[in-house]
Ligand binder design. Structure first.
Ligand code: ASP
Length: 296
C-alpha cells in the first residue's frame, strides 16, 4: 500500500463558449474533494469512480442521469460503463431506461453478471431484477442541465454531454467509469462510445481513461484503447497519447475530450471542443476545477 492516489472527473466536452459554468465547477471541485477523502481512507478506485459518476448522474447538472436528454421518440435511453484495471472486470449498459443510476447498474453487471454489456430491454430487466431504483415518471424526473436549452435538445447536430471519472487508489489499482444521456436528437436505439469498453471507457494496470464527445467519431478512432496503446506501446507521454487520439477524432470530423490517470498517479486531460468541464486532484497536485482553461 502507498500513499499515492489520483482522481480526475469530467462533466462532458459540450460546454458552450461564453456560458457561465461556475456552478458545475464548484460541484466538480466539491465532489473531487469527497473522492480524495474516500481514496485516502482506503476506498478502492472501482468504488470511488462509481460513487463519483453516480453523484454526477443524480445532480442534474450534466447530460447524464437526471440531466439526460430524450431521443427523437421522447424516450430517455442512457448508456454507462465501468472498468477495473488490474482485473479487467468490466460492466456496461446501453439504451437503458427509467433507472436513476445507469453506472450503478453497469457496476452490478461487472460484479454479478458473466456479461460485459447488456442493452435495452435486457438492461431494464437486469436493473429491475437487481432492485435498482426506478423512475416512475420520466417526464417529471429529468431536467435541463446548465447551458442546455429546450431548443438544443430538439436539434440533431450531435451536441452532447457526459460524465466520467478515473482514479488510482492507494493499492496501486486503476479504474474508470463513464455515463451519458448520449447526443441530443439521437435516433431510438442509438448507442455511442460511452458503454463500449475500450472506446468510451478503459482501465488496465497502467492507465485508466474516460472519453466524452461525438461518440461515433470516438468509435471510429478507437477511443480509449487507442489512447492506452499510444501511451503503452508507441512511447507517447500520457498527455501526447490523449492528443494523438483526439487529433484522429478531429480528422474524422468529431470533437470532444478525455481524462486519464496512470499508475504513477499522473493525470492528463485534453479537449478539442470549446471546453471540458473537469476537476482533478492527487496526493501531489492541488485541486483544479475548470471548464475552458486549455490543457497543456
Ligand atoms: N460520447 C457520448 C455519446 O456519443 C456523448 C458525450 O460524451 O457527450 O453518446
Amino acid at each position: 500500500m502507498s500513499q499515492k492516489y489520483a482522481l480526475a472527473l469530467h462533466g462532458g466536452a459540450g460546454p458552450k463558449a461564453g456560458e457561465d459554468y461556475s456552478v458545475t465547477e464548484a460541484h466538480l471541485a466539491e465532489l473531487a474533494k469527497e473522492g480524495e477523502a474516500l481514496l485516502k481512507a482506503g476506498e478502492t478506485s472501482l468504488d470511488v469512480v462509481k460513487i463519483m459518476v453516480a453523484n454526477l448522474e443524480s445532480s442534474g447538472l450534466y447530460v447524464a442521469g437526471k440531466g439526460a436528454a430524450p431521443n427523437i421518440a421522447g424516450q430517455f435511453e442512457l448508456d454507462a460503463s465501468i472498468m477495473e484495471g488490474h482485473t479487467r472486470r468490466s460492466g456496461s449498459v446501453s439504451a437503458i431506461q427509467d433507472v436513476v443510476s445507469p453506472v450503478g447498474v453497469a457496476k452490478a453487471v461487472l460484479e454479478k453478471s458473466p456479461c460485459v454489456l447488456i442493452t435495452a430491454e435486457g438492461a431494464n430487466k437486469f436493473a429491475h431484477d437487481e432492485g435498482f431504483e426506478k423512475i416512475s415518471n420520466p417526464k417529471d424526473y429529468y431536467v435541463l442541465p446548465i447551458g442546455v436549452s429546450q431548443a438544443d435538445i430538439e436539434q440533431e447536430d450531435m451536441m452532447h454531454g457526459t460524465v466520467g471519472a478515473v482514479a488510482l487508489d492507494i493499492y496501486g489499482n486503476l479504474a474508470a467509469a463513464t455515463s451519458t444521456g448520449g447526443v441530443f436528437g439521437k435516433t431510438e436505439g442509438r448507442v455511442g462510445d460511452t458503454p463500449l469498453i475500450g472506446i468510451g471507457t478503459w482501465a488496465d494496470d497502467d492507465i485508466a481513461i474516460s472519453c466524452t464527445g461525438t461518440g461515433e467519431f470516438f468509435i471510429r478512432a478507437g477511443g480509449a484503447l487507442t489512447t492506452a496503446n499510444g501511451y503503452k506501446l508507441a512511447g507517447d507521454t500520457l498527455q501526447e497519447a490523449l492528443w494523438r487520439m483526439l487529433d484522429e477524432v478531429k480528422r474524422l470530423g468529431g470533437d470532444g475530450g478525455l481524462i486519464a490517470v496512470n499508475r504513477k498517479g499522473e493525470i492528463a486531460m485534453a479537449f478539442n471542443s470549446d471546453g471540458l468541464k473537469r476537476a482533478a486532484i492527487s496526493d501531489n497536485m492541488e485541486l483544479v476545477s475548470t471548464t475552458f482553461t486549455p490543457c497543456r
